[in-house]
Design a protein around this ligand. Structure first.
Ligand SMILES: Nc1ncnc2c1ncn2[C@@H]1O[C@H](COP(=O)(O)OP(=O)(O)OP(=O)(O)O)[C@@H](O)[C@H]1O
Length: 548
């Protein structure tokens, strides 16, 4: 077999809105400060190449699409239905008031007909799923689990809140740790060894901890130590001690901390069999470049690949609701038939064409607008409702307050771009009697987890936060997302919006912007292929304004 190191450039940036018209957002990744490059790579640091990230193919590449190997389960999605409109008085064309129901029902459950037992999972894992209350797999789980179990490298792309975490955890737990399948001689003994079997990387501490909790839920209290968190902000020597003492099979962490401990020689990942990059487009962005280099250099290379060349020694799983074509390009150079897994669809990456940051499907037929609609449905939960409301800067917080009352929202995430303004907003909301709290990277680990806990418990009604909470944060009860500042681009909009409407629940997204920013909302609407009608909050109700 020939190794073909790829020379393709890895430019991992989504389609951006005109940055000249938007605030230059300086981003802080939890625990580390860094600048976000929206559409350019710093030439001083050189281009980020696939080979520099360790994506070397251990197999001869072929352009032949091995479609015959792949089960196709295409099911066309339906576009979201827009609200019925009517004309009101006083020159304002209004529509009927929209409110949230008291309880969050699962309106369009994204479950396929399959049960977990049909996915080829070991009996003990099936038992644990049942105990944890997971009874039916979601579509993306039904598609991903058997595909990964067959040994493929995969890119998993499915909308926010569709259950992508279990989609990769279940195949890992089938082969790693105490719940795994019995071997040919009938043994399922789990032996503790020095090397790590699975490395899961996530861009934030909160997301890392959330993944750890999901693994622990399945492992149960006696086997909890099979997984170890390696997130930044927590005590590093304690993490190193736990690695030595517990010899975990799975580690979950942030790039900085994993790279740090690996560089110190305290983490042995060379025989790792699974590498997961959760929120892959974020992880492969410029912010994490150096740490990702370190991780990829030291994580199970392909030297021990199956001699038949069909199954790689290390499976690489890349996951996100938004997969820019640059990620597809990166994944293609892995060799070993990398596949794109979406809900109800599995296809070779070779068949994917570059038609946009989220629309990664090969255009086949249909109008431009129907394709855009499909693109939106791929990253945004279909049941979400989107609106925008024009307000002067000094009235934005008050508009937020009226929005929360109008929708009777109980669990609200409000996004802002700058920490100082974020603190001011919390202060103003509290002064008006609304229980609000701030969440951002300047707070310590304890303060952040306490705030998050209070928000999840319902003690805090409005969580005012920044981009750092946009990815992965799973609060099932969140019924409203408000953009108090505009997101940088459509990808950031999708991740922010995806904090509500999780797993088929109802959710509303309201973008509060100034008049000169409305063009940005129109652009988002076009890029995402979703209606984001104008609205206002009068008489305690959300009224949609009909456009002329
Ligand atoms: N089969 C299932 N049955 C019931 N609940 C599930 C199932 N699969 C996942 N969940 C729950 O659904 C929620 C959303 O799942 P998850 O966080 O994995 O979504 P996601 O697709 O990774 O979202 P994001 O793109 O925002 O990270 C979680 O609370 C998870 O425990």
């Amino acid at each position: 077999m020939l190794a073909l190191p790829s020379t393709r450039l890895l430019l991992l940036f989504g389609e951006s809105l005109p940055s000249s018209r938007l605030p230059n957002v300086s981003r802080k990744v939890w625990g580390q400060t860094s600048v976000r490059f929206v559409s350019q790579v710093n030439p001083d640091n050189g281009p980020l190449t696939l080979s520099s990230l360790g994506f070397k193919s251990g197999f001869e590449k072929t352009n032949k699409i091995k479609a015959d190997k792949i089960e196709r389960l295409d099911v066309p999605s339906e576009a979201p239905k827009s609200k019925v409109r009517g004309v009101g008085s006083n020159g304002i064309k209004t529509v009927k008031a929209v409110g949230l129901k008291k309880s969050l029902e699962i309106e369009s459950a994204p479950f396929s007909a399959k049960s977990f037992s049909e996915l080829g999972l070991p009996p003990l894992l099936l038992e644990r799923l049942d105990t944890a209350g997971f009874t039916v797999p979601t579509d993306v789980q039904s598609a991903a689990v058997p595909t990964i179990l067959k040994g493929h490298d995969v890119v998993i792309q499915s909308y926010t809140g569709s259950g992508k975490t279990l989609a990769y955890l279940l195949p890992i737990l089938s082969e790693v740790g105490p719940l795994k399948k019995k071997s040919a001689n009938g043994e399922s003994e789990f032996e503790k060894k020095k090397e790590i079997d699975a490395v899961i990387v996530a861009p934030s501490r909160e997301l890392g901890m959330q993944i750890v909790r999901e693994v622990e839920k399945l492992l149960g209290p006696t086997d909890k130590k099979v997984v170890q968190q390696l997130v930044g902000g927590a005590n590093r020597s304690r993490q190193e001690e736990a690695l030595k003492k517990n010899k975990p099979a799975i580690v979950v962490g942030t790039p900085g901390r994993i790279a740090e401990i690996s560089a110190a020689g305290k983490l042995h990942t060379h025989s790792c069999r699974f590498l997961v990059l959760d929120e892959v487009d974020e992880l492969l962005s410029f912010n994490f470049r150096e740490d990702m280099h370190r991780i990829l250099e030291h994580v199970g290379r392909r030297s021990g690949a199956d001699p038949r060349g069909s199954i790689a020694a290390r499976r690489t799983i890349m996951v996100s609701a938004t997969v820019p074509f640059s990620v597809i390009r990166a994944a293609r150079s892995w060799g070993s038939d990398p596949l794109l897994v979406q809900a109800k669809k599995v296809m070779p990456l070779e068949a994917v064409s570059p038609s946009g940051p989220v629309n990664i499907l090969k255009p086949t037929s249909g109008s431009d607008s129907s394709m855009r609609t499909q693109a939106a449905l791929q990253s945004l939960p279909p049941a979400l409702k989107h609106y925008h409301c024009v307000a002067k800067l000094q009235h934005k917080v008050d508009t937020l307050r009226r929005c929360v009352h109008a929708l009777d929202a109980k669990c609200v995430i409000a996004f802002m771009n700058h920490t100082k303004q974020l603190k001011d907003a919390v202060f103003k909301l509290a002064a008006r009697g609304m229980v609000a709290a701030e969440l951002h990277g300047d707070l310590g680990k304890l303060a952040r987890s306490t705030t998050l806990k209070k928000f999840k418990n319902g003690e805090v009604r409005v969580l005012v936060t920044n981009e750092l909470s946009a990815r992965g944060l799973d609060v099932a009860e969140c019924d409203l997302v408000v953009n108090l500042d505009l997101p940088t681009d459509s990808i950031h909009y999708a991740h922010r919006a995806g904090r509500t409407g999780r797993l088929g629940r109802k959710g509303t997204v309201v973008t509060i912007c100034e008049e000169p920013e409305v063009f940005v909302v129109k652009k988002l609407q076009k890029q995402l292929g979703i209606p984001i009608p104008a609205c206002e909050f009068t008489e305690g109700k959300l009224n949609v304004i009909e456009e002329d």
